[in-house]
Structure formats: structure tokens, C-alpha cells
Write a protein that binds this ligand. Structure first.
Ligand code: ZN
Length: 295
């Protein structure tokens, strides 16, 4: 059983941290991830630097990425972002479509239908430029403004996003409210013959259970899980919450459950302390503190 990991600490992790991390420190973090065997990394977001100052050095980070056997992903919010991703020589783009209108308006300034239309235009242009495309359906497990998101609504958004033929369909628990029963229900909805990727936050300590549930639903198509070294990041709607599920903790769980990821956990363990120094607080990941077992 194989599950691939998409490392999102340089993007989703750092974007949701108050501290600004230098380009050199970002590239050092990325270097450790690559040497541990991580082969897909969401490295940057092409957001407006005034809106997301943590990502203001996206071009400089992209210029410093080691090219070769790693597929580099940039989060793209609009066609200008796509232009930047192409110019920066990235391999993949990830476009977010929020499942609820209220959150979509707050996040992207447009209702979901307009975000889907924009994703569709971006997908066509990205494909023509030779980039792999992922569409992420965000707030699929719950919305900070509208609460429960009806399954019919998520189904409709997923199907409309899938119509633009992404290489991968990502389902995100953006605010970390989901549980494994929802993973199974959404898997049935999202099983459209497109490889799936899952994005979990550990806001309510359910992220690892959700990730394992998603991994266990592996069929014939590849499955990818997003995670963040140290579990860094946060949730803009729960100020004291932790971030993404931690890569090293997830790997421990997956490997001891018989999954192959191609990643060596051990080189990742020192990242917990290093990220703690850079961010000015202890990171949520537990494995770096507890240690591997067996030692
Ligand atoms: Zn996230």
C-alpha cells in the first residue's frame, strides 16, 4: 500500500504563522525535506505580498529550489498567480475553490460559482503551459461562517470542479472540524476517477484519524496526503489552534500501519526544534519530542 505525501509546511504552514521566515531558512527547511525523500512539496503561494507577507519572497524561494526529481507546487489564487507560477518554473499548481459562498467571498472576494469559473480558466491555461493541476475544494468538512456544509453542496462543487479535468482533486478540512466518518462519506462523493488528495488540519485533534481513514480508502488510483513538518501553521478561525497534521507524526502512523511513502522519518526529527526556533514557539508535532519506536 502506497500513499504519497505532499509537504505543505513552506506554504500552508509558514503562511499561517506570525513569524516571517527568511528565504534562506525556507530553502534550508526544504533541503531537509528533499533529503528525507519527500517528492512533492507545496513551496510557495503566489498571493499578493501585502495580503500574505509570509509569501512575499515566492519568486526568490522558487529560484532557489533544487530541480530534478521533486515536483514543486505553487498555490495560485488567480490568473496573475498562474503567470507568476509559470514564470517561476514550477511543476504544479494548486487552486482553491471554497465550498461555501460566505467563506469564498471572505477568502477570494467572489462566490463559489465564480471561483469555479476562475479555476476552469486557470486549469486550461496551466495545462497548455505543461503544468500539473490540482483543485482543492476547501471547507468541505465544515465552514466557519455557514457551519455544516450539506453533502449535496459539496458534491455539486466537486463535480463542477472535476469538469475542468484536474490531474488531482483535493478535499480540504480547512478549519479542522472533520472526523473519519465524514472522510468516508466524502470519499464516496469525490470518487470520480481522478486521483485524490486530502488536506487535514489537526485543530480538534482529529487530523491523524482522518488521514488514516483516507489512506485506508486507497483503491487503484494514487492517494496523496498533505502534511506539514512539525505540524506548523494554524487556523485563522481558531487563533490558538495548531496547524496541519505533522509530517513526521503522520509518517510514523502510516509506516507502522504498513503503508509505504518512500520517505525516511529520521532526518525530519531535528526540524521540530529548528522550526520552534524560527517561529518562536514549540511546534505541535509529537514524534520529535517522543522519539522513534523502536529507537
Ligand atoms: Zn490548510
Amino acid at each position: 500500500m502506497t500513499v504519497s505525501i505532499v509537504e505543505v509546511s513552506p506554504r500552508d504552514g509558514l503562511q499561517n504563522e506570525a513569524a516571517l521566515v527568511s528565504t534562506a531558512d525556507k530553502l534550508a527547511l526544504i533541503g531537509t525535506l528533499v533529503s528525507s525523500g519527500v517528492r512533492r512539496i507545496e513551496a510557495v503561494s503566489f498571493a499578493h505580498p501585502k495580503r500574505v507577507p509570509q509569501m512575499a519572497d515566492a519568486e526568490a524561494v522558487a529560484a532557489g529550489l533544487p530541480r530534478g526529481d521533486v515536483s514543486w507546487i505553487g498555490l495560485v489564487l488567480n490568473e496573475k498567480g498562474l503567470d507568476r507560477a509559470i514564470a517561476a518554473g514550477l511543476d504544479e499548481i494548486n487552486v482553491v475553490v471554497v465550498a461555501t459562498d460566505t467563506f469564498s467571498r471572505r477568502n477570494q472576494g467572489v462566490p463559489t460559482a465564480e471561483a469555479i469559473a476562475a479555476w476552469s480558466r486557470i486549469a486550461t491555461r496551466a495545462r497548455a503551459a505543461g503544468l500539473r493541476t490540482t483543485v482543492t475544494v476547501a471547507a468541505a468538512f465544515g465552514c466557519p461562517f455557514e457551519g455544516e456544509v450539506p453533502e449535496a453542496r459539496v458534491r455539486s462543487v466537486i463535480e463542477q470542479c472535476a469538469a475542468a479535468a484536474p490531474d488531482e482533486l483535493a478535499i480540504a478540512d480547512t478549519i479542522g472540524v472533520g472526523v473519519p466518518a465524514q472522510v468516508r462519506a466524502l470519499h464516496a462523493v469525490a470518487d470520480l476517477g481522478i486521483p485524490l488528495r486530502w488536506h487535514f488540519h489537526n485543530t480538534r485533534n482529529t487530523g491523524y484519524a482522518n488521514a488514516l481513514a483516507a489512506a485506508e480508502l486507497t483503491g487503484s488510483l494514487p492517494v496523496a496526503l498533505d502534511s506539514s513538518a512539525g505540524g506548523i501553521g494554524g487556523c485563522p478561525f481558531a487563533p490558538d489552534a495548531t496547524g496541519n497534521i505533522a509530517t513526521e507524526d503522520l509518517l510514523y502512523l502510516l509506516h507502522r500501519n504498513g503503508f509505504n511513502t518512500g520517505i525516511d522519518v529520521e532526518p525530519l526529527l531535528p526540524l521540530g526544534a529548528r522550526l520552534g526556533e524560527l517561529l518562536g514557539h514549540q511546534v505541535p508535532g509529537q514524534l520529535a519530542r517522543a522519539g522513534l519506536f523502536p529507537a
